[in-house]
Each structure stands twice: as structure tokens, then as C-alpha cells.
Design a protein around this ligand. Structure first.
Ligand SMILES: [Zn+2]
Length: 428
């Protein structure tokens, strides 16, 4: 039956109609009506597909890559997120019109902390997962840090503040453009961009899936649904969306997760271990809520529409779907070598002239000679012309193995503590 549903869903929508963005409702401050998260996927999708004729094809390529990855993981081969850590540098663009909207560094940090708990199954409320699903509640292995180095190589705390005359924003991505009163994205191949701002139209947030335009890549969150009231009580929050789960949900989309009900009646979320469910759940449903002949909806999944306090798990299948993006050829694999995760180095331990690299150009082995007899305590890294760390160059005992490096110019950086010396070399 499930396969039939998949086929029908695919036939009805086609891959080109996979949601490329979505939106959620918020409770207007002081409003007594119960809030509901809702989705504006199709409107935004239609606009993006119209504007970007290559999008449908790119989404299809990502799906194909994801399926190959899932087969690889099932076969037991080492894959990112399980055998290696995925650390994503984050820049938070706080775009504010009023003082309230200019949320504190502490509120921003509380959101990063929530992301790290939720994506690594360190959230305390994971203990509430019903026994039916406890076996598939997943640690995704994805970690988040506020960027320490900006795109120009300068020190940053990962938070950019922009005062604006714009009092309210919509899903038209204006908040991602300095020309339109917002703030431009940082290089999306190296950073997760998050905009915290006053989203209007009763929106809580929206995201762009992998495969979209770099200039609009990232997630947008209502400032008062950003961060956690529990971790940072002094912040500004919207009731029932005050535990940071809106951002967990949106970043889930940014990492290619669909809504748990597949945006159709008993639809397909491209994940095998989440039960087929009829539609979104709201508020805080009791378990089990049986639909589509399942044993109960996974309404406590971050990709449902429940209140922040009532969503507390990703599944193993969702984790694999996200991890696929970081495998070789994955749509977000470039983040693994982002310089944003480490602070720029200051000062030089020794004079540049005291470091000798030979032979230069080199083919297989580059010798690194220093005035110190021992290289103990030194860390050696190699960066390409774009500033990406080249992890295939292995260093030991004064020699750098470069046979795996493509031909080209590189920078070798020797560091000790916060001090560094750089030298260039050529691989032939
Ligand atoms: Zn959503």
C-alpha cells in the first residue's frame, strides 16, 4: 500500500513540485485563538520554479544522490554523521526595526544550544518518545557552531546585526538582501545563514531546501520564536513557540527533510521509518493518534506541526537523509571544509623566512624544515586557493604527503596555539 501511495504522490506532484520552501504560522502577541503552524510551500515553490528553470532538475539530482547514500549506509559502509562529525558554521543575521527585535547574543546562543541538543539526541524530552518509536529516535551527528571567521577571514562571533526601516517581512526573501533593507547571505557553500527578524503574515519561519539559489539559501525565523525561554529566560518569546523548535524544524528542511505527512493526504516524506500519516498534527496530541492504517502518527517528530514542547525526535531514516548531503558529491558537503568553524590566527611564532618547503613544486612529498629540531605541538594544515582545508594531505615527522592533492597552488599553515606561519607551495 505504501508503495502505491508513493507512486500516486509522485505522479500527482512530480519531483519538480517537491517543497522548496515552507512557512509556519505564529500566534500574534496577545491573540487568544490557538496558534497553528501552517505551510506556504506551494506558493513559494511555484514562484521559485518559475524564476529558476533548473531547480526541478537539481532537486531530482539530490534525490538520486540521497537514494545512493541510503543504499551505502544500509550496506554498512562508513558514512558522514556516523563515522565522522559534521560541524556546520552558522551566521545569524539579526535584522531589527525595534529594540525588542534586536535579540541578545544570549538568545541567539540559546538557539544554537537547542539545535545541538535536538540534532544529537541530547534533548531531555527525548525520554517522552513512545516505545513504538524509541528504537528509531536518532542522533544525526550534525553539530552547529556560531561562525568564528567571516567570509573575509576576519574574526566574528557569528552574529550580524542590521538595523532596518522595514517593519515586517514576508516570504519574498527581501530580508536576505541589503538592497531591500535586509542583510546579504554569507557564502552558502561555507555557512548556514539564519535570519532572525519580524516575519509578518502570521509566519513563524521558512527555509530553502538544498538545490536552491545560493543568495537565498538558509532559514528565516520570527525573532520571538528564535532561542529558548528555558535556557535564556530574559529574551523575547512567542508563547508555545519559545523552546527553539521552529529553528530545529526549519533547519531540518534546510537539510532536505520533508514534512512528516508528506504534504499530501497519507503522503510520502521519502523516509521509510516514519509512519505514513494523514496530515499535520497541531498543539500537543495524545499518543496514539491512528491514521492511514498506521500504529500511531509520529507527531512528536520535529517535522510535524505540533507545539515546541511536543516535538522531540528525528528518526534514523531522516538522519540518513540529512547525512547524505555531506557525503562525497552531496549538496552541502562543502560545509565540511568551511574555514568558518575556526578563528583566524593572529601573530607569528617564527619568521616566515625560517620555514623552508622543499622541493617546491613537489609531486608526492613536501619536506617542511623548521629551526626547531622537533615539530611537537605544531599543527599543520593545507588550504586551497579558495580557503578550503585539504584534508587529504597527511603530515607526519616533517613530511607532508601530497600525492592525493590535485595539481595547483596551496597554502601550508603551521600553527601552535593561536599563532601561525603560512607558506605557499605548488603541487605538480
Ligand atoms: Zn515545515
Amino acid at each position: 500500500m505504501k508503495k502505491t501511495f508513493y507512486a500516486l504522490a509522485l505522479a500527482a506532484c512530480g519531483l519538480g513540485s517537491l517543497p522548496s520552501a515552507f512557512a509556519q504560522n505564529r500566534l500574534a502577541p496577545g491573540k487568544l485563538v490557538l496558534p497553528r503552524r501552517e505551510c506556504a510551500t506551494m506558493d513559494v515553490l511555484t514562484a521559485q520554479l518559475k524564476e529558476d528553470p533548473g531547480l526541478a532538475q537539481r532537486l531530482e539530482a539530490i534525490e538520486s544522490h540521497t537514494r545512493s547514500f541510503q543504499r551505502m549506509r544500509t550496506s554498512g559502509k562508513p558514512t558522514p554523521g556516523t563515522t565522522t562529525t559534521v560541524t556546520i558554521p552558522v551566521v545569524v543575521h539579526v535584522v531589527y526595526n525595534t529594540t525588542d527585535q534586536n535579540i541578545s547574543d544570549a538568545q541567539v546562543q540559546s538557539q544554537i544550544d537547542v539545535l545541538n541538543e535536538d540534532f544529537n539526541k541530547l534533548n531531555k524530552d527525548v525520554s517522552k518518545v513512545p516505545s513504538l518509536f524509541s528504537g528509531v529516535a536518532a542522533n544525526t551527528g550534525v553539530k552547529f557552531v556560531l561562525a568564528q571567521r567571516d567570509p573575509n577571514g576576519k574574526t566574528t562571533n557569528g552574529i550580524v546585526r542590521t538595523q532596518t526601516k522595514v517593519s515586517s517581512w514576508s516570504t519574498n526573501d527581501a530580508v536576505k538582501s541589503a538592497k531591500r533593507g535586509g542583510d546579504d547571505a554569507w557564502d552558502a557553500t561555507k555557512y548556514l545563514n539564519i535570519w532572525a527578524c519580524n516575519l509578518g503574515q502570521n509566519l513563524l519561519g521558512y527555509a530553502q531546501f538544498p538545490g536552491g539559489k545560493a543568495s537565498t539559501d538558509g532559514v528565516v525565523i520570527l525573532y520571538s520564536a528564535f532561542g529558548s525561554r528555558v535556557k535564556n529566560p530574559d529574551g523575547t518569546y512567542t508563547s508555545t513557540y519559545d523552546l527553539g523548535r521552529t529553528t530545529t524544524h526549519e533547519v531540518g528542511h534546510w537539510l532536505n527533510l520533508r514534512h512528516i505527512w508528506g504534504d499530501a493526504s497519507c503522503g510520502n516524506d521519502y523516509v521509510d521509518d516514519t509512519p505514513t500519516q494523514q496530515t499535520a498534527n497541531y498543539g500537543c496530541p495524545s499518543f496514539p493518534h491512528v491514521t492511514c492504517s498506521n500504529q500511531g502518527d509520529m507527531s512528536m517528530n520535529y517535522m510535524d506541526y505540533t507545539d515546541d514542547a511536543c516535538m522531540y525526535m528525528f528518526s534514523t531514516g531522516q538522519s540518513a537523509r540529512m547525512n547524505a548531503l555531506f557525503a562525497a558529491g552531496g549538496a552541502r558537503a562543502s560545509l565540511l571544509t568551511s574555514p568558518g568553524v575556526t578563528a583566524p590566527l593572529t601573530g607569528s611564532l617564527i619568521a616566515k623566512s625560517q620555514v623552508t618547503l622543499y622541493p617546491n613544486p613537489a609531486t608526492d612529498v613536501l619536506n617542511v624544515a623548521l629551526p626547531e629540531s622537533s615539530l611537537a605541538g605544531w599543527s599543520v594544515k593545507v588550504f586551497d586557493a579558495r580557503g578550503y582545508e585539504m584534508k587529504q594531505a597527511q603530515f607526519s615527522e616533517g613530511q607532508l604527503q601530497i600525492n592525493q592533492l590535485p595539481r595547483g597552488l596551496y597554502q601550508l599553515t603551521l600553527t601552535k596555539g593561536n599563532q601561525a606561519v603560512n607558506q605557499r607551495f605548488q603541487k605538480d
